[in-house]
Design a binder for this molecule. Structure first.
Ligand code: MN
Length: 130
């Protein structure tokens, strides 16, 4: 793989076990991983780094994932970045809340590696989607 074609994924997640799993999963599939452990730092990193995709936890210190997603989607400097929300919430109301945040996709925890990879590839590996 050409280094310049390596897609960069910002993972905004505070749980170390999930971070370890997601990082391993993505790096094993030749994605570059950036990490933020609270919502505020995540938003700041997204603005500076302009990653190709964001994986966003909901329950985060300082700023929750819904708020961070809304901020990024309401700013033209970052609104084009696809955001996949990761949440342990299973109530229908919470799914609606996730959708209303403006996220592009939604994955329920516990994280299932194949499902995460499939959804990531849906956004990053589509032929001709440069
Ligand atoms: Mn969390």
């Amino acid at each position: 793989m050409n280094q310049t074609n390596t897609k960069r994924i910002l993972v905004i997640e505070d749980n170390e076990n999930n971070l370890y799993l997601i990082r391993f999963l993505l790096e094993s599939n030749n994605y570059a991983v950036l990490i933020a452990k609270d919502g505020k730092i995540g938003v700041e990193m997204a603005r500076v780094e302009k990653p190709d995709l964001i994986l966003m936890d909901i329950q985060l210190p300082v700023m929750d994932g819904y708020t961070a997603t809304k901020l990024l989607k309401s700013d033209s400097a970052t609104s084009f970045i696809p955001i996949i929300v990761l949440t342990s919430y299973v109530m229908p109301g919470d799914k609606k809340k996730a959708e209303e945040s403006g996220c592009d996709s939604y994955i329920a925890k516990p994280i299932e590696p194949d499902q995460v990879l499939k959804d990531v590839k849906r956004f990053l590996d589509t032929p001709g989607s440069k």
